[in-house]
Structures are given as structure tokens and as C-alpha cells.
Ligand binder design. Structure first.
Ligand SMILES: CC(C)(COP(=O)(O)OP(=O)(O)OC[C@H]1O[C@@H](n2cnc3c(N)ncnc32)[C@H](O)[C@@H]1OP(=O)(O)O)[C@@H](O)C(=O)NCCC(=O)NCCS
Length: 385
């Protein structure tokens, strides 16, 4: 068929629908893992309200809930502890990869690289729960190894009797962590473990839907989490609070930021049209963990909400999970550039649970695009252009 004939064929509209910016409101998957109720401000993990889990469960219980569909009994929890403790090793090839990273590497990049190197250690085939546990157990090790190496410190052996949160703090600092720090970090890990079809989880499910391996799906998820509109916000919240410095400087700083169209980190959410229930929990934890720092954070929060409302009346923005995440993680002694990687330590449980859920009832995720490029162009060969 000649080009001119083809151009005369009426164009069939293969994209009858318009794209929805940011896929807002689009239901993209079926999941039994967690439910985000944006208007009610509720977060549910497998039927349990996050407020009932936040301060009473351990990260390991939540990982069990997400992987196996029920909260563990004591024996099941003991078995999971043993299992995760047994997985606390770094394969040689992964360690060599971490050692080869320049010390100035961003910890999120180091984590993504370490998980990718782990994926090269014969992690193939359909994702399994064993792989999910192995990877979740190793996240703190990869990060702590990188963190200590970049500061020229000796690497430490995991302590089998310590839980996930405590062992992570121990591996970073070499000190027996304070009970209140372990409690604070554990609650943070519980609160952040899963959150519906957020950007990184969706990314992980897309990769899993191609029948790729678990490591590839998690590497992609880490890449998505890193961005400031998703998991990259808490260190920016800390930077903002540090820059503001004192209560009296909060108002002029925020007014200038909003006036020049900047986004105030830690506010706004795609799904929540009221306060993020995790922010409510974290606010209280931050208040207890660091009463002095809390005074500034609380004042900045109040002013930011008022100034954002004033800038555009009726467009309600609320405090999101990242605002007090920064305060809480700072109070347990984590440096700012480990905030987002620590989010990943928690979310690894959710990602891997979603990858397993996707793999066990899979259909390739392959949406369409609303094409807005030119049509009916006349092709001219290279030597004639
Ligand atoms: C989380 C976030 C990406 C959600 O974005 P979204 O659902 O795509 O909403 P939009 O980007 O369309 O924003 C809607 C409006 O609110 C404004 N807005 C949203 N969050 C804002 C913030 N934190 N500061 C100032 N303005 C904000 C946008 O500029 C936009 O204004 P417009 O209608 O005048 O154009 C967004 O609120 C944000 O960037 N927050 C700051 C970063 C952050 O805290 N990320 C962690 C998320 S848990």
C-alpha cells in the first residue's frame, strides 16, 4: 500500500478516554493488604485500624500480617524472629558492591544499588515469601553497612536477640539502643509499612506484573520512593525546620516560601482530604520524644496550615505523614539522609507483600496513553530531508 493510500485510511480512535492527570481517582489494582480512606482519614491494614496497631504491635507482627494475612500468635512471631535473624547476612558480592560506592553516595542510591546487587545473587523466578523475608531482613544491614563504611567505621555483626528496629539502631551506632528510641522507631516502622496504591507500591506491582523478579520490583520501588513528592520529603522537612531555626522566624519564612510558589514539605496528600492518621500518631510520638523540638515543629505546622489556606481559600491542605516523621526519626538519632531509607526499611514489607499478591493473581499491567502528538505526517526519507 502506498503511503498516500495509507494516509487516506480514516483514523480509528484507539484511545477513546482522556488520561486522568496523575491517575487521580483511578482504581488500578485489587488488594487485600491495606485501605486508605481519604475522606474519613482512615488507614486499615488487613481489617485493623492503624490507630490500634501503631503503639501496640511490632514491625515483625505487621510484616507477618501483610505476608500471611493474620497477626501472628506467640509461636508464629517467635518463628518469624528466628527466620529474620537467620537472614541477617550480606552476601560477599553485595558487600563488595557497597564497599565500592563513593562515601558521598546518597544512602537511597546505596540501598537501591545493594538491592540490585542482591538480585544478582541468583534471585530469579516467581517471587516467594522466603525472598520477601530475606530482603526485608537485609534492608537495615545494607544501609548500616554503607553508613558505617562512609564514616570509616568498623562493620558490626547483627544481634540475633534484637528485633528489627533495635538491630537497625545497633548496627548504625554500635551501642545498645535506648528503649524509647527502639519504641519510637518501631512505631514508625509499623505506621509506614503499607499504604494502598502509593507510587512506589504501584511501581513494584507493575514490574512484578511483567513476571520479573522480586529484586527488580523492589529496586524500581526504591527509585519511586526517593522522589520528594513521595518518600523524599522528611529530610526536606528537617532542612526547613533547621532553616527556620526559631519560632519567631517561622511566619516570615513560610510566607516567603508560599508567596514564591514553593511547596511546603510535609503538607498535602493525593488521597487524604483530612488529616493523615499517621501524622496524628507521629505528632504525639514526636511530642513525647523531643518536647523542645516539638515546640518549633508544632508552631510551623499551625502557621503553614493557616498560610496555605490563606493563599488559596477553600483548597484544604493537611499535615501529611512526613512532617512529624522527620521529628521522630531525628529524635531517635537517625541522621537526616537516612530518613527516606528508613521509610524504605518499613515499606519493604508492604512492597514485597504487594509483589506476592500481584504474582499470585497476575495480569500484565499495561494501560494505554492519550496520544497528543502529531498525526498524518508525510514521511520523507533521510536523504531527502
Ligand atoms: C503530596 C503531593 C505531591 C500531593 O499532590 P497532588 O495530589 O498531586 O496535588 P497537586 O500537586 O495537584 O496540588 C494541588 C494544589 O495544592 C498545592 N499544593 C499541594 N501541596 C502543597 C504544599 N505542600 N505546599 C504548597 N502547595 C501545595 C499545589 O500547588 C496545587 O495548587 P494549585 O491548585 O494552585 O495548582 C503534594 O501535596 C506535595 O507536593 N506535598 C509536598 C511534598 C510532600 O510532603 N510529600 C510527601 C507526601 S506523603
Amino acid at each position: 500500500m502506498a503511503i498516500s493510500d495509507r494516509e487516506n485510511i480514516p483514523q480509528k480512535d484507539s484511545n477513546p478516554t482522556k488520561a486522568k492527570g496523575g491517575l487521580e481517582g483511578i482504581v488500578a489494582a485489587t488488594t487485600a493488604l491495606s485501605k486508605v480512606e481519604g475522606t474519613a482519614g482512615r488507614l486499615i491494614y488487613q481489617g485493623y485500624n492503624i490507630h490500634d496497631l501503631a503503639r501496640t504491635t511490632t514491625f515483625e507482627e505487621i510484616a507477618h500480617l501483610l505476608w500471611f494475612g493474620h497477626l501472628p500468635n506467640q509461636q508464629e512471631l517467635a518463628n518469624l524472629h528466628t527466620r529474620l535473624a537467620a537472614e541477617r547476612t550480606i552476601p560477599n558480592s553485595v558487600m563488595q558492591t557497597i564497599q565500592a560506592l563513593p562515601p558521598k553516595t546518597e544512602p537511597m542510591d546505596a540501598l537501591r544499588t545493594a538491592v540490585s546487587a542482591w538480585g544478582a545473587t541468583d534471585i530469579t523466578g516467581k517471587p516467594t515469601i522466603d525472598q520477601a523475608m530475606a530482603l526485608t531482613a537485609r534492608f537495615p544491614l545494607f544501609l548500616a553497612a554503607f553508613h558505617r563504611l562512609r564514616h570509616g567505621q568498623e562493620l558490626l555483626e547483627s544481634q540475633p536477640e534484637l528485633g528489627h528496629a533495635a538491630n537497625y539502631l545497633y548496627l548504625l551506632t554500635g551501642k545498645t539502643p535506648k528503649v524509647e528510641h527502639v519504641k519510637g522507631l518501631n512505631s514508625y516502622l509499623v505506621l509506614l509499612a503499607d499504604h494502598g496504591m502509593n507510587a512506589s507500591t504501584f511501581t513494584a506491582r507493575i514490574v512484578a506484573s511483567t513476571e520479573s523478579d522480586i529484586a527488580s520490583a523492589v529496586v524500581a520501588a526504591i527509585g519511586a520512593l526517593k522522589g520528594p513528592l513521595h518518600g523524599g520529603a522528611p529530610s526536606k522537612v528537617q532542612d526547613m525546620l533547621n532553616e527556620i531555626g526559631t519560632v519567631d522566624k517561622a511566619e516570615p519564612w513560610l510566607r516567603a516560601e508560599v508567596k514564591q510558589g514553593g511547596r511546603v514539605m510535609g503538607f498535602g496528600h493525593r488521597v487524604y482530604k483530612t488529616e493523615d492518621p499517621r501524622a496524628e500518631e507521629l505528632r504525639e510520638m514526636a511530642r513525647v520524644a523531643d518536647p523542645q523540638g516539638f515546640v518549633l515543629a508544632r508552631r510551623v505546622e499551625e502557621l503553614a496550615l493557616a498560610i496555605l489556606e490563606e493563599a488559596k481559600p477553600g483548597r484544604r491542605l493537611y499535615t501529611n505523614v512526613e512532617f512529624y516523621s522527620a521529628a521522630l526519626m531525628g529524635s531517635v538519632g537517625l541522621p537526616g539522609d537516612l530518613f527516606t531509607p528508613t521509610f524504605a526499611v518499613s515499606r519493604c514489607a508492604g512492597w514485597t507483600a504487594h509483589i506476592l499478591e500481584q504474582a499470585n493473581n497476575n495480569r500484565l499491567i499495561r494501560p494505554e496513553a492519550d496520544y497528543t502528538g502529531p498525526m498524518d505526517r508525510h514521511f520523507v526519507a533521510l536523504d531527502k530531508r
